[in-house]
Design a binder for this molecule. Structure first.
Ligand SMILES: Cc1ncc(COP(=O)(O)O)c(C=O)c1O
Length: 387
């Protein structure tokens, strides 16, 4: 099996599992306790906080542990909503993850979803026009489907000039590209451990120390009153270990290694097949991601053939798989419904190796040729269900 679905999730690194095991198997103390075992648990959480802070050059006290990217995002947006004028709109992009879009939709205030260009990159002029009359901005650091890295520095500058706070959904970017909060002085940033080889159900919210904050989860006052609930120590420790590993590898050649595998894969597929379109801005994209449309093929059919061939990838985003609706990201980019339904996302991770690239590309080439052969003379997308 070759896993090219790492934008959906990634496997645990052995060192992450090793760090977590004692907290699953041997230690069960509640870190709020006053005895020795509780103090050791508290110390482990503090170490993980320092490790996660280190990945983005933040201060440890600016990190709040959560149950994942979705909770971090909901917490950030809830706080921004609670502390800003509800008569003013929230501003976001049309290509955000559903964790941002559905959360904003549920708030009793207007939401402006700004357009992106055909390459899936935010229209900055729209942001510049909207921000002066807005309450806050939420803009993703990189898109989960296309991998397109958004103009965060420019958006931060727009927010600063408008005097409004800005949150970023950093779930896809953090751990894949070097990212420093010093270079990107955001107010809030959401992270998720399972996107960088940490455990699922572990996340963090960066909160600038000078920013006011309104918690989403209230109760026992854990996380300095910012996120109540008994800590999931194993998950937090695992996230810390994954952050430490990501930092180490990003200061080495991780981004270049991911890009080399991705580029070699793209080259083989595009050289062997006609009618393949690369979606998303080539100059601003994550090094691990490629998003391709295959003329005349339905993604759902390709996924079945690729699964049989032992290759894992996604149609659009993982959340859209199995749904017939083309993804909102591709529609926002002006991609036709037919082309959107014929697209696949491939995501490499450090657990892949160069030796997997040719077999993966061959599997894709074979699957596309097979579907197109079934198609015969018809011109629409072909489904393996339809025969
Ligand atoms: C861009 C983006 N934001 C948020 C999330 C949600 O993160 P989690 O799965 O940790 O809740 C995802 C997960 O796919 C994502 O890709």
């Amino acid at each position: 099996m070759i896993d090219l679905d790492s934008n959906a999730t990634t496997g645990l690194l052995p060192e992450v599992l090793d760090a977590m095991m004692p907290w699953l198997r041997d230690q069960h103390a509640n870190p709020s306790g006053s005895y020795g075992a509780a103090k050791r648990a508290r110390k482990a959480i503090d170490e993980a906080r320092t490790q996660v802070a280190g990945l983005i050059d933040a201060q440890p006290e600016e990190i709040i542990f959560t149950s994942g990217g979705t909770e971090s995002i909901n917490t950030a947006l809830h706080s921004l909503h609670a502390l800003t004028d509800t008569a003013l709109p929230a501003v976001t992009s049309a290509i955000e993850h559903s964790a941002v879009l559905r959360c904003l939709e549920a708030l009793p205030r207007e939401v402006r979803q700004l357009p992106v260009n055909g390459a899936g990159y935010l229209e900055l002029d729209a942001l510049r026009q909207t921000a002066p009359q807005a309450a806050f901005i939420s803009l993703m650091a990189a898109n989960n489907e296309t991998g397109v890295i958004q103009p965060l520095s420019e958006a931060i500058e727009v927010a600063r000039q408008a005097g409004i706070p800005i949150h970023s959904d950093g779930v896809q970017a953090i751990g894949k590209i070097p990212f420093s909060i010093r270079d990107h002085p955001l107010d809030l940033l959401s992270l998720s451990a399972h996107k960088f080889h940490g455990p699922k159900g572990a996340g963090a919210l960066y909160l600038r120390s000078t920013l006011s904050f309104e918690p989403l989860l209230r109760g026992g006052g854990q996380e300095a009153g910012r996120r109540s609930g008994t800590e999931n120590i194993a998950a937090i420790v695992g996230m810390g270990a994954a952050a430490q590993a990501a930092r180490r590898e990003l200061s080495g050649n991780l981004s270049a290694r991911l890009a080399a595998m991705r580029d070699h894969f793209e080259e083989q597929v595009m050289n062997a097949l006609e009618g393949v379109h690369r979606n998303g801005d080539m100059h601003h994209r994550l090094p691990n991601t490629t998003h391709l449309s295959f003329d005349g093929c339905e993604a759902a059919g390709l996924l079945i053939l690729l699964d049989e061939a032992g290759l894992q990838c996604s149609a659009g985003s993982a959340c859209m798989t199995g749904k017939q609706k083309p993804s909102h990201v591709q529609i926002a980019m002006g991609i036709s419904e037919t082309r959107a339904r014929s697209s696949l996302r491939f995501g490499f991770s450090k657990l892949n190796c160069m030796e997997q690239v040719t077999p993966a590309a061959q599997a894709v080439i074979k699957a596309v040729n097979k579907l197109r052969a079934i198609q015969g003379s018809s011109t629409g997308p072909v489904s393996v269900y339809g025969g």
